[in-house]
Design a protein around this ligand. Structure first.
Ligand code: ZN
Length: 142
């Protein structure tokens, strides 16, 4: 029952969805933010520990469509160990890429770049893909 939408979900997206990285709840987190996507119903909660201006550890939990969950898994890989400033720059870059403002620096974005064909064809999925990034951004602001 393969749909056209699923055809756009490459093996990288499906691997993150089926076997998410950094999944769970982080004990002793310094930041704990949960957000909901009203259109799709996706829920993402990100807990992370910031030490010396750096994201020392991070976990995500939640439920939702494969794009939101795969994006959350990719996010944890991308920002773990980065400074808060580097994470903010990455969030801005991902937002730009997913909203179609440009291709961004696809090489620097790694697995996250595989979300671009999905949001390019199905704009309704942009919010799903962005949800974890917006959630982390809120966490960094607090
Ligand atoms: Zn969704």
């Amino acid at each position: 029952m393969a749909s056209k939408l699923q055809d756009l979900y490459g093996p990288v997206i499906m691997a993150h969805y089926r076997t998410p990285h950094h999944h769970g709840h982080l004990e002793g987190a310094t930041s704990d933010v949960e957000m909901l996507s009203p259109t799709c119903g996706d829920e993402v909660r990100i807990t992370c520990r910031i030490e010396g201006g750096r994201i020392a550890d991070i976990r995500f939990e939640g439920r939702g469509c494969s794009i939101s969950m795969a994006s959350a898994s990719m996010l944890t890989d991308a920002v773990a160990g980065k400074t808060v400033a580097e994470a903010r720059a990455l969030i801005a870059s991902v937002r730009e890429m997913l909203q179609g403002a440009g291709d961004g620096d696809a090489a620097a974005l790694g697995d996250v770049a595989t979300l671009r064909p999905v949001t390019a064809h199905y704009h309704g999925r942009t919010q799903c893909a962005l949800l974890p990034w917006v959630t982390l951004e809120k966490g960094l602001d607090e």
